[in-house]
Design a binder for this molecule. Structure first.
Ligand code: SF4
Ligand code: SF4
Ligand code: SF4
Length: 323
């Protein structure tokens, strides 16, 4: 797949269809794959990477990239196309300035799950028939591919691209996903148990802002959490109130706009399952306003920015028997 992508990118650069390409390149470690912009065939041949660790969603980068002159080629996995559509809907991306090549999705790998097996000094990871052959400073290790799958891929909602100009490979289908299973478990807890769960998780937050920075729904030019007059800008939380507030405000801001791309949880250095908070909002919106998938299209009105006579009333909180 990587070779086919490089070949197509070189063709589109050479015929002038685009003047740059956004994809991925290797960072400091073999598994440390980060988004990157390429402007020449030489750069593509030398640095472009697409492998089992290419999980990062490049959609958000298109906000800044499409503000520039020229046209950019973006390689988007199925999940990334939902973020792309949502950003188009919110007028954050100029569609005319992007050429989208849809590429197959995961499952992608999570290096933290490999390290959690006590495997350190990782130099390279190869997938051979769904067994990982891991070369380390201390010798070779193996483990099943399935045990290192990234959480967001383990509960993938769709292998179908909802936006593209051309595809490399076959398109997939919307999937029956188990993504609300853990949300249901949380719903079935008592209020105290739920509070304890979230306090336990959120108290680990170091306010690095990585979840906000990576989130395709968080594209405000002036974020409330960057406002020096707020008293809460870019600093470690002083107490549990501030810890909770950052996450609750962010979850409310992206409610109805979060595509469940899973990037927030993927990048969190503290392994906080932030997606569960956003999935609770998605599940509630589905139940209270009818099934809705943010980013599935670019034209529908989101339930929380629309009004119908069937909309639920605030009393629904009591009717649902929420403790
Ligand atoms: S990425 Fe994790 S640690 Fe960083 S601000 Fe978000 S929740 Fe906190
Ligand atoms: S809140 Fe998380 S899952 Fe939702 S759009 Fe943002 S990064 Fe993706
Ligand atoms: S946290 Fe809220 S204000 Fe900040 S970027 Fe996200 S949506 Fe915008």
């Amino acid at each position: 797949m990587q070779e086919a992508m490089i070949k197509r990118a070189k063709e589109l650069l050479a015929d002038g269809s685009v003047d740059r390409v956004i994809g991925w390149k290797r960072g400091e470690f073999a598994y440390d794959i980060t988004p990157a912009v390429f402007t020449s065939a030489e750069e593509l041949e030398h640095d472009f990477v697409f492998d089992d660790f290419t999980a990062a969603n490049v959609s958000k980068y298109l906000v800044k990239e499409t503000a520039k002159e020229g046209k950019i080629l973006a390689f988007l996995k199925p999940c990334d196309t939902y973020s792309f559509n949502q950003l188009i809907k919110e007028h954050r991306i100029d569609r005319e300035k992007v050429y989208v090549v849809g590429i197959p999705g995961g499952p992608k790998l999570d290096i933290e799950k490999i390290k959690a097996k006590g495997i350190t000094g990782v130099l390279s990871v190869k997938n051979e028939d769904y067994t990982l052959k891991i070369e380390t400073l201390y010798g070779e290790e193996t483990m099943p591919f399935s045990e290192a799958v990234l959480d967001k891929c383990a509960s993938c909602k769709s292998k179908k691209h909802v936006a593209y100009d051309e595809l490399i490979g076959e398109d997939g289908d919307v999937l029956e996903s188990n993504r609300f299973d853990m949300v249901e478990k949380l719903e079935n807890m008592t209020a105290q148990e739920r509070f304890d769960f979230w306090r336990g998780q959120l108290s680990k937050c170091i306010r690095c802002n990585a979840c906000r920075n990576v989130c395709p729904a968080c594209t405000c030019e002036n974020c409330v959490f960057d406002n020096p007059k707020s008293g809460i800008d870019n600093k470690a939380a002083a107490d549990s109130f501030e810890e909770n507030m950052f996450h609750i405000i962010r979850a409310f801001h992206v409610a109805g706009r979060c595509t469940d791309c899973g990037e927030c949880s993927r990048v969190c250095p503290q392994h906080i399952p932030l997606h569960l908070l956003n999935r609770k909002f998605i599940k509630d919106i589905n139940e209270l306003y009818g099934e809705y998938q943010a980013g599935a299209d670019t034209t529908s009105r989101a339930p929380l920015t629309d009004y119908t006579k069937d909309d639920c009333e605030p009393s629904v909180v009591h009717e649902r028997g929420v403790e």
